[in-house]
Design a protein around this ligand. Sequence first.
Ligand code: AMP
Length: 217
Amino acid sequence: MNLILLGPPGAGKGTQAKLLEEKFGIVQISTGDILRKSLADGTPLGQKAKAYMGKGELVPDSVMVDMIRERLKEPDCLNGFILDGFPRTIQQAEELDKILAVLGFSLTAAVKVNVPLEEIMRRLTIRCNCPNCGKITACGITADQFRCENCGTVLVKREDDKEEVVRKRFKVYEEQTQPLAEYYAKKGLLFELDGTLSIPAVGKLMAEKLTSMKIKR
Ligand code: AMP
């Protein structure tokens, strides 16, 4: 099963991707996580991406497409994958189609998780991340004094979860990423979900729908 998760920042794509990873044994590929790791490691990719990420803008398509092309060649993708945060533009989607054709993969579905701006603002301005295991926690406006309940590491807030950057990221999503819904609907691959439901409820709906799509294909 090869999936794309679409939805605004804070829609719960990462959380749902982790649930899907466990349920179906397929690997999560989060372009945001790869970029943040590159940034922390000080790689050339991280340096290229830094300014865009800090402003809530998209990293150029050519950089992202090269990155995904290499990642999809890794052997762990042969069992199936979840693209979390890619593609984000029509150009990325068109390039992805070419990469998948070369590698002999096809998409099972593009799942769009819908959440309105007010709820995104509420979620992102209170969320903290564990820099060690990646667990997300609702901690409040600052991350001070909070430790990860999984591994005990001191939590941090993402630079781009500041209110003005979240607004910008949402606008970028509406302008550049939403058009992908039509792109995948035309291919018969799109289904949409209400991302304001609870995490288990969204997970259940997603798993049911994907199981039925997998059987049909
Ligand atoms: P995310 O963790 O998915 O919210 O991504 C964080 C940031 O990484 C985004 O705001 C962009 O600056 C960058 N980014 C991640 N994925 C992509 C992509 N597919 N295209 C362009 N920029 C991306």
